[in-house]
Design a protein around this ligand. Structure first.
Ligand code: IMP
Length: 196
C-alpha cells in the first residue's frame, strides 16, 4: 500500500519509514508524489496544523496521507514557542534565542516538553494521534546531532543532540506518535505484514 507523507523533510520521512514499514506501507514524500503545496499553518493547535497539511495534500492525491506538526512547549514561557516553534527565531538561532530568554529562570522552573501530532486521512475518514517527550531546558548547547532545539533539550541529563538517531527515536515525541499510528494502521489496514 502507498501512502504520502505531507513533507519533504528527510528526517521525518526516515523515522516514519522505519516505524511503519513492517506494515508493508510504502511512504512517498510530497515531491515523490508530484505534489507541490505549502498551505498556511494558521491553526491554534498542533492537531489543527497537522490536519491543514494533510488535507491540502489529500485533495491532490488518490491515496492515504499523513502529516505531522510538532514543537517545543516551555513551562516558564507559558507553553511558548509551541505552535510557533518553527518561526520563533531564524533557523539556526532558535537555541541561543531560547537560552537568552531563559537566562534568569531557575533550575526547578526549566521544565519543557516536545509535542507531536500526526494527522491521517484516507477514503474511510480521518483522525489524529499525539505524543510528548518531557525534559528540561539546559544552560548551553551540547551535542552535534538532531536539529532545532535538540542541543538545549535535556532528557535525563543528556541533550537530544547528544543522542544517536535510534536513541532519540526511542524516547522522542515523534517516535512515540509514530508508534501510536502503527497501532491505528494495523487495525485499519490489517497486520498480515506486521512483525512487531
Ligand atoms: P514543523 O513540525 O515542521 O512545523 O516544525 C516544528 C518546529 O519545532 C521545528 O522547526 C523545530 O524547531 C521544532 N521541533 C520539532 N520537533 C523537534 C525535535 O525533535 N527536535 C528539535 N526541535 C524540534
Amino acid at each position: 500500500m502507498k501512502l504520502v507523507m505531507a513533507t519533504n523533510n528527510e528526517n521525518k520521512l526516515r523515522e516514519a519509514r522505519e516505524i511503519l514499514s513492517p506494515l508493508g506501507i510504502e511512504i512517498l514524500s510530497q515531491a515523490e508524489a508530484g505534489v507541490d503545496t505549502n498551505p498556511e499553518e494558521n491553526g491554534e493547535t498542533f492537531a489543527e496544523n497537522a490536519m491543514i497539511k494533510a488535507a491540502a495534500v489529500y485533495e491532490l492525491v488518490q491515496c492515504p496521507v499523513i502529516a505531522d506538526d510538532s514543537g517545543l512547549c516551555v513551562d516558564a514561557l507559558n507553553g511558548a514557542p509551541g505552535v510557533y516553534s518553527a518561526r520563533y527565531a531564524p533557523k539556526g538561532e532558535e537555541c541561543q534565542t531560547l537560552l537568552k530568554e531563559m537566562k534568569h529562570v531557575p533550575d526547578d522552573q526549566r521544565t519543557a516538553h516536545f509535542q507531536c501530532c500526526i494527522a491521517y486521512i484516507d477514503a474511510e475518514g480521518y483522525g489524529t494521534v499525539s505524543a510528548s517527550c518531557a525534559g528540561k531546558i539546559g544552560y548551553e548547547e551540547r551535542g552535534e546531532n538532531g536539529f532545532g532545539y535538540d542541543p538545549v533539550f535535556l532528557y535525563n541529563g543528556t541533550t537530544l543532540a547528544e543522542m544517536t538517531a535510534d536513541q532519540k527515536n526511542a524516547i522522542s515525541h515523534r517516535g512515540a506518535a509514530l508508534r501510536l499510528l502503527f497501532e491505528v494502521f494495523r487495525e485499519r489496514y490489517g497486520d498480515k505484514h506486521a512483525d512487531k
